[in-house]
Write a protein that binds this ligand. Structure first.
Ligand code: F6R
Length: 249
């Protein structure tokens, strides 16, 4: 596959909390220097403490989100925004409802769109019209997925509907009452969309992510491990804790 052109910056923190605070500070520093920054945001278990820290900074340090614009990576197909397991609901619960971001400035793909191709194109257009994403937050799946770009996703993929890998359905079942309730499809920014962000920060914590992190950084850059395609971007920082760094050479 394409030769990796760049090595990511690696920040290894002593624990999950420290890693989360490091990521929150990257976003806060950006917002303080550029009040109308365009942020790319992620959901899942990993970013929750980082969002908690941003909420604290808003309350205690007057971190001002009033001109900030955000675009989330993905959403489950079939879940309404007010469904407690939808990613829109997650963002309201963990961040948006606790800061002064303008609701109209927050964007999450629509899991109920009946024309997903058109919706995907429109989402990309909105990102472009906002000036592109300045700093994109990513997590990583055990199988190396970024957003809902599962293994095999092309490097030039755009916002689209995808089938979720069995591994992803199983990993996300912890948020639902039963595995049967986990949607089987998602609408996600593509790898190409993500690689257009000016800066990317991938947050990974815990030993369960160690192998995926090792392959992303030290493995070949190829679609079988989507996070390894980040090697093709000039400004990626991996912020990880000791446990997630434990498989690195
Ligand atoms: C969610 C997303 C996913 C998660 C990944 C890790 O918006 O983009 O790729 O980042 O599945 O999820 P957690 O953090 O729950 O381990």
């Amino acid at each position: 596959m394409t030769k990796p052109a760049h090595s990511p910056t690696l920040v290894v923190c002593r624990d999950d909390q420290h890693a989360s605070e490091t990521v929150a500070k990257m976003f806060a520093d950006l917002i303080r220097t550029q009040a109308d920054a365009v942020l790319g945001l992620a959901t899942g278990g990993t970013p929750v403490p980082a969002y908690r820290e941003l909420v604290r900074m808003h309350r205690e340090e007057a971190l001002d989100f009033s001109d900030v614009v955000s675009f989330n990576l993905d959403e489950y197909v079939g879940l309404a925004p007010d469904h407690p397991q939808s990613f829109r609901y997650f963002m309201q619960e963990h961040l948006f409802d606790h800061i002064n971001i303008a609701p109209a400035n927050t964007h999450v793909p629509d899991g109920l769109s009946n024309d997903s191709d058109e919706h995907g194109r429109g989402y990309e257009k909105k990102i472009a019209e906002a000036g592109g994403i300045e700093l994109q937050l990513l997590g990583i799946g055990h199988n190396g997925h970024i957003a809902f770009n599962e293994p095999g996703s092309p490097v030039d993929s755009r916002t689209r509907v995808v089938d979720l890998a069995e591994d992803t359905v199983q990993a996300n079942a912890r948020f639902f009452e039963s595995i049967e309730q986990v949607p089987r499809q998602g609408i996600t920014m593509g790898i190409g969309t993500i690689l257009e962000s000016r800066r990317i920060v991938l947050l990974a914590t815990g030993s369960g992510k160690a192998e995926a992190v090792q392959r992303a950084i030290e493995g070949p850059s190829e679609p079988s491990h989507p996070a390894s395609l980040l090697q093709q971007h000039p400004s990626v920082t991996f912020v990880i804790d000791d446990a997630a760094a434990s498989h690195l050479a």
